[in-house]
Design a protein around this ligand. Structure first.
Ligand SMILES: Nc1ncnc2c1ncn2[C@@H]1O[C@H](COP(=O)(O)OP(=O)(O)OP(=O)(O)O)[C@@H](O)[C@H]1O
Length: 358
């Protein structure tokens, strides 16, 4: 059996599409050969459903047909890269990459999208967390079924993130009464949220999602400037009023040089749970058009469906409650697309010694 040929085959297959620079992160780790039983170890810098699918459908059959190859075992492991943060902001202790999820308008499904996408990414093997920064409606604890929990003290001066469905979670709702948080002035709210971010012991995370407060005011602007964000995801419904606000969100992130990963169209159509009839109650095609106008793209379309609402209200989001559903598949593809986009649109940095903001 010709190991060099297998190496070449894997080499030709992967750097073209999967890596900007093969020297950046060696995807092909080793090939072991024991009497025709080949073990191919691949190390990916981000979780990828697409890569696994292509290995299975395109590469594996070619290797299996090679002379002298009796059997092949593919081992795909993750060694998630730390990517450049906007404005070179200092890192959050233990956190490799930060994804801000924002919406211009409230109630469009930003938290629902955050929770399901984070869970989908965790299912793909990444270590994921969520910080609920939505002072106007901190709903993440409820959505993950941990609203009665409280973060424990850690090290005397920080709190330990709660574990919910395998995610590390902390919420402004755990530490401030809802009515109290809502009336905070801009600087007070931003300070409290930065404290929550930096004084939480997140553990080792590959990706931390930040569920931002809706809107594009002072608080949101200050947060986008101070949080070491790798990329931002915008959520909108296809309705004109929501789109106008989502466009303001894109402009806000661009102003502070945060790369926008794309726009999720939530409540794209309504699917009747009785007859399956699909209707574009908020209009159709709005997000695709708006995203194109702002030189970004619509990264996913989720319908308005009773299961998505009922699952999350019960504290078991759809990705967990119905892992084989079409909705779970859409969130998995969304998670897949944003992490690969982040990887390709920026550069890898070393995991530096983090400096805490106070
Ligand atoms: N695709 C969907 N299908 C059905 N219900 C949905 C969908 N997306 C969101 N919802 C429901 O709509 C309500 C608002 O969603 P969510 O809290 O995620 O919005 P939000 O944008 O985070 O709101 P806020 O502005 O309060 O932060 C929730 O009850 C949620 O369950």
């Amino acid at each position: 059996m010709d190991i060099a040929k297998i190496t070449r085959l894997v080499g030709i297959f992967q750097p073209k599409k999967w890596l900007k620079n093969i020297g950046d992160s060696n995807v092909l780790e080793t090939i072991n050969n024991k009497d025709g039983c080949v073990e191919i170890l691949i190390r990916l810098p981000f979780p990828s459903l697409d890569f696994e699918n292509e290995v299975k459908t395109k590469l594996a059959p070619k290797v299996a047909l090679m002379k002298g190859v009796e059997s092949v075992e593919w081992v795909i492991t993750l060694d998630i890269a730390t990517l450049a943060r906007c404005n070179d902001a200092p890192a959050i202790h233990g956190v490799k990459n930060v994804i801000a999820v924002a919406s211009g308008k409230g109630g469009v499904g930003k938290s629902t999208t955050t929770v399901n996408t984070a869970l989908a990414l965790a299912k793909m093997g990444a270590k994921v967390g969520i910080m609920d920064a939505d002072i106007y409606g901190p709903s993440i604890p409820l959505m993950l079924g941990v609203s009665d929990s409280r973060p424990e003290q850690y090290d005397g001066n920080s709190m330990k993130a709660i574990n919910a469905h395998g995610l590390a979670v902390n919420s402004i709702g755990f530490i401030a009464l809802h009515d109290q948080a809502m009336i905070w002035r801009g600087p007070m709210a931003s300070k409290a949220l930065m404290q929550l971010l930096n004084e939480t012991h997140w553990g080792e995370l590959d990706y931390l999602f930040i569920d931002m407060p809706p809107g594009t005011g002072d608080i949101q602007l200050t947060l986008s400037q101070n949080i070491p964000v790798t990329g931002a995801l915008i959520v909108s419904t296809p309705q004109d009023v929501a789109l106008a606000d989502a466009a303001k969100g894109i402009s806000m992130f661009r102003q502070v040089k945060v790369p926008v990963l794309g726009v999720v169209e939530n409540m794209s159509t309504h699917i009747c749970s009785n007859c399956g009839h699909e209707e574009a109650i908020f209009g159709s095609g709005g997000v695709v058009k708006m995203a194109a106008r702002f030189d970004t793209e619509c990264v996913a379309q989720l319908p308005l469906h009773i299961d998505l609402r009922a699952d999350i209200d019960a504290g078991t989001p759809t990705v967990v409650a119905r892992p084989d559903s079409e909705f779970a598949a859409i969130y998995a593809q969304l998670a897949n697309d944003i992490v690969s986009k982040m990887f390709f649109q920026t550069h890898t940095i070393s995991t530096e010694i983090p400096i805490k903001l106070t």
